[in-house]
Structure formats: structure tokens, C-alpha cells
Ligand binder design. Structure first.
Ligand code: ZN
Length: 280
């Protein structure tokens, strides 16, 4: 699932490429992808694109005083094509046709249709529920985390809760917790002030590190897969990048949580949920 660094680089690259361009036509062939009906998507036709912004994992394309709010969910990709599709592109959820036969396409891979877009007037942007309920940005300058994380829930869950702090998902949470030397299962309300500050610093530096890599390596056309510079997530069985201990993992149904026992859990190997279920 694309997270803050992926969406940030997409917003930057598309913003650079699209600013000033006029939208010729706007279509939404994906059933259910467009969550609003007023104004209609055709209201974008003839509008000039002002830019592309990011909030949490959401993208906002501003054009003609309207905002196209997009959530790619886990399998969506937003890409600019030099040529419009000659055959029907079944993965296309929304398409903006631009001069010179180019087309910005929100495509979604896999069987489920979960990516969505909304077209909002300026007065609706502030009150939109998916934007309104987002917590503060995880990067570049999040507030002190102590008060935000004061809940009897594990850090691994809290940090991925978009209402607590916006932008982090299953990949970068592992890197952040490892950088902060904190257990993924430590409860938010058990954090000391020093730990909360360490976590905040790790969050800013890890997300910044990833973004620096993308700044260097991600160019147009946007790749379908990003060159994810992970050091911990999904590296179970490999040496810890900090202490040379071995990284362990807990496997969930559709994702993996990787950590270093020596750096994060005082040497304890956490129960593997998959294994314990199989053994029942
Ligand atoms: Zn370690």
C-alpha cells in the first residue's frame, strides 16, 4: 500500500508535470470509484491544473477551483501516459485527458475495487470527512507524540491509525519502530516522554530518508513499483542493520511485521500469529 513517502513523491512529480495543463475530458469508467456526483466530473473539462498536493495518504489535484481528492488504497496507481489507451483499460477508474494525447489515469490492480475519488468544491474540502478525520502529518514536522499516542493500544496499530497520525502504513511503521528501538507491541500509554520524543525523531528521519531516495530515483513516468529502501520490513532472517542480531517477524493474514528482538523487545521473540493458529 502506498504510504506517505510514495504519495509525496507522486504529488511532487505529477505536480511538476501537470501544472498549467488544461484538462480536455474527465471520465470515470470504474464503477463506484467516483464517490460524489455534484459537481459532475465533467466540471473539470477545460479547467487548468494548479497543482497536486498530498494529505496523509490522500492526493489532491486542484484544477479550476475544484479539488479532485483521491485515495489509491492498496492497489491503485496514478500514472501519466503519453498516449491514451487504444483498447479499453479495465484497470482504469478515472482518466483525465490532456493535450497532446496524454492521459492521467488512476488504475487499480486486483479484483477488488477500493480506490476512490471525490470531486469537491473549495468549501467542501475543509469539511470532507476523509480529510477532516486525519490526524497530524507524520512528516515533516509532527507534534509531540506523547499526547497523540496515549491509548492502551500497541504502537504498531496506533502509528498506522490515520486518525492518530496521518501517512504511515505497514511498511514504514516497521522501519520507524526499529529506528526508535521500540517494541511494536509496546502500548502507547506506556511510552515515557523520552521514548515518545525518540519515536517522533525516528518517524521524521525515516520518512525523510525514504523520500530522499525517491527524490533521487523516482522520475517520470512514475513506476508501478517503487524501489522501496527498506532495511527491516520483510527482511526477517537477515542481520539487523544496527546490531547484527537476526530480524524476526510476526506473520498476519496479509502482512508481516518485522522487528529486531535485541534492539526492540529485550531479546524476546514475539509469538508468530500464523504459527500459533496452525498449531491450535
Ligand atoms: Zn538489532
Amino acid at each position: 500500500m502506498p504510504e506517505l513517502p510514495e504519495m509525496e513523491i507522486v504529488a511532487r512529480r505529477l505536480g511538476e508535470a501537470l501544472a498549467g495543463e488544461a484538462i480536455e475530458t474527465a471520465v470515470a469508467p470504474g464503477i463506484n470509484a467516483l464517490k460524489t456526483f455534484d459537481p459532475p466530473l465533467s466540471a473539470l473539462e477545460g479547467a487548468r491544473i494548479d497543482g497536486v498536493r498530498r494529505r496523509g495518504k490522500l492526493l489532491m489535484l486542484d484544477a479550476g477551483g475544484l479539488t479532485l481528492l483521491m485515495h489509491l488504497m492498496s492497489a491503485g496507481r496514478l500514472q501519466l501516459f503519453d498516449k491514451r489507451a487504444t483498447m479499453r483499460d479495465r484497470t482504469m477508474r478515472v482518466g483525465l485527458r490532456l493535450p497532446g494525447d496524454r492521459e492521467l489515469r488512476l488504475r487499480e490492480f486486483g479484483t477488488r475495487q477500493r480506490a476512490w475519488v471525490k470531486l469537491l468544491r473549495p468549501e467542501a474540502v475543509g469539511g470532507d470527512e476523509s480529510l477532516e478525520r486525519l490526524g497530524p502529518e507524520a512528516w515533516p514536522d509532527p507534534p509531540a507524540l506523547g499526547p497523540l499516542l496515549k491509548a492502551p493500544r500497541p504502537l504498531h496499530t496506533l502509528l498506522r491509525d490515520q486518525q492518530v497520525v496521518a501517512g504511515i502504513g505497514r511498511t514504514w511503521v516497521d522501519e520507524i519502530l526499529h529506528a526508535a528501538r521500540l517494541s511494536p507491541f509496546k502500548r502507547g500509554d506506556d511510552l515515557s516522554d523520552e521514548e515518545a520524543e525518540r519515536l517522533r525523531e525516528a518517524m521524521v528521519s525515516e520518512l525523510g530518508r525514504v523520500l530522499d531516495v525517491y527524490e533521487e530515483q523516482v522520475a517520470m513516468p512514475l513506476p508501478e513499483k517503487f524501489p522501496k529502501p527498506t532495511r527491516v520490513h520483510n527482511h526477517q532472517g537477515e542481520p539487523c542493520p544496527r546490531c547484527e542480531g537476526v530480524l524476526e517477524a510476526v506473520f498476519y493474514e496479509d502482512y508481516v511485521m518485522t522487528y529486531c528482538p535485541a534492539c526492540q523487545t529485550e531479546g524476546r521473540v514475539l509469538k508468530d500469529r500464523r504459527l500459533s493458529r496452525l498449531l491450535k
